[in-house]
Write a protein that binds this ligand. Structure first.
Ligand code: ATP
Ligand code: MG
Length: 175
């Protein structure tokens, strides 16, 4: 039995993430999806809460041939103990999947095996691109699983991201 770990902010969970999970499924029996910046929401970079991202991930992966766990991971401004922080929140795992150089370095220093996955259609399958399209009323729906469209609809996510991206809003309550 092998259990993997894959971390992202998943703002939102998109078809690139889904392709990564489908590829990892060939390697492992179970997969933990670590939801990074779990404590952040309602910002242009992190519009969705941890709970909303759990819904997106759980519903998108309902048909995959893999046991999955979505685990919120709060930010920690202390890289030296970040792997311990992750391990304290996650089911135990054998291998971590990442393309992020810092994440790879931190796991390797902690003695965790790391595997990298290829990028799928990265020109458009990127959270930043998808959030830009949500703000600009572009076609974001074709870049995410159908389940994510339904969750964003349920939580009025487009109205939220358009409201918080308004130039009059700089994240300062009193401004
Ligand atoms: P953002 O633009 O907000 O950073 P993102 O698309 O990079 O969004 P993340 O949640 O930061 O999404 O990504 C989590 C992990 O998924 C990262 O390791 C990232 O490299 C990987 N990833 C993101 N998009 C793709 C893709 N199209 N193909 C393969 N891996 C991807
Ligand atoms: Mg990213």
């Amino acid at each position: 039995m092998t259990r993997g770990f894959y971390i992202g902010r998943f703002q939102p969970f998109h078809n690139g993430h889904l392709s990564v999970v489908e590829q990892i499924a060939d390697d492992v029996d179970e997969l933990v999806l670590g939801i990074g910046s779990a404590d952040d929401s309602h910002t242009v970079r992190n519009p969705f809460t941890a709970g909303e991202r759990i819904m997106m991930i759980t519903k998108s992966l309902v048909d995959t041939d893999l046991v999955t766990y979505a685990v919120p991971i709060e930010d920690l401004e202390r890289n030296s103990v970040w792997v311990s922080h992750v391990q304290s929140m996650s089911p135990d795992f054998d291998v971590a999947y990442s393309n992020n150089p810092l994440v790879i370095q931190l796991f390797r220093e902690a003695g965790v095996e790391v595997r990298q996955s290829p990028m799928f259609n990265r020109e458009v399958l990127a959270g930043t691109e998808i959030r830009d399209r949500m703000v600009d009323d572009g076609d974001w729906e074709s870049l995410v699983p159908e389940a994510v469209v339904e969750v964003v609809d349920e939580i009025d996510g487009i109205e939220r991201i358009q409201m918080i991206s308004d130039t009059d809003s700089d994240g300062d309550w009193t401004a």
